[in-house]
Design a protein. Structure first.
Length: 100
């Protein structure tokens, strides 16, 4: 497994999680194409693109924490639409199809 959201431990205010937005009006999953001001060591989208260019094509696995503090994992197949955003993680229709 490859971690796309590789948090920058050397950041002024280190993070161990990143808040995404659920949006049923967005067709794709949008990954940040930046370090989001140093939160990540590398751009998550650029890292994914680089892996795909090397021939590594795997499903994306997102782990969410529910209101009770339990981790919930959702697997998104490789062939789902993934695009870049500037700074945001937006979970569109692909994630909603996993819930239904």
């Amino acid at each position: 497994a490859v971690e796309l959201f590789d948090f920058n431990a050397a950041a002024a205010h280190p993070h161990d999680r990143f808040v995404g937005q659920l949006d049923s009006g967005t067709t794709c999953i949008l990954l940040p194409n930046s370090t989001v001001g140093g939160v990540f060591q590398d751009s998550p989208f650029s890292k994914l693109l680089q892996l795909q260019q090397q021939g590594l094509r795997r499903a994306l696995v997102f782990t969410f924490q529910d209101v009770h503090g339990r981790a919930r994992k959702y697997t998104i197949p490789y062939n789902e639409c993934v695009e870049m955003s500037t700074h945001d993680l937006i979970l569109g229709d692909a994630i909603f199809r996993r819930w239904v």
